[in-house]
Design a protein around this ligand. Structure first.
Ligand code: FE2
Ligand code: FE2
Length: 131
């Protein structure tokens, strides 16, 4: 599958956050590239998990800090979704040491759904509230 290209329409209009979202799309593309190399049934590797975790830790705290500062009324939902993402990363890591671990294909579809439903829907809602 071709890699996913960043489009102007993905920008929420807050420079730091857009930059961080681009790095998320890079992780998604690296997952896609790994599928081309190792096959869709291969399992995720530790370095991709580490990058997803680093992204989540830095980016979610950044967003939540800004949401707090701006008194965003939907911060609780955002926190809940961010926690869910982090719990999925924990689960991915736990699955590495188990039989029948998550396939790269399922990870890619999780990341893609997250991008479409959270990044360019929910985060955009926040950005339009701030503006
Ligand atoms: Fe975000
Ligand atoms: Fe978010």
């Amino acid at each position: 599958m071709d890699s996913f290209k960043w489009k102007d329409g993905f920008n929420i209009g807050i420079a730091e956050i857009d930059e961080q979202h681009r790095s998320f799309l890079d992780c998604l593309n690296d997952c896609n590239a790994l599928i081309s190399i190792s096959g869709k049934n291969a399992s995720i590797d530790q370095s991709l998990i580490d990058r997803l975790r680093a992204y989540a830790t830095m980016h979610f705290r950044f967003e939540e800090g800004l949401m707090e500062a701006k008194g965003y009324p939907e911060i609780a939902q955002q926190r809940k979704m961010h926690k869910y993402f982090e719990s999925q990363v924990d689960e991915l890591e736990a699955s590495l040491s188990k039989q029948g671990n998550r396939s790269l294909e399922s990870v890619l579809s999780f990341l893609r759904d997250w991008f479409l439903n959270h990044v360019i829907e929910q985060d955009k809602r926040f950005a339009s509230y701030v503006k």
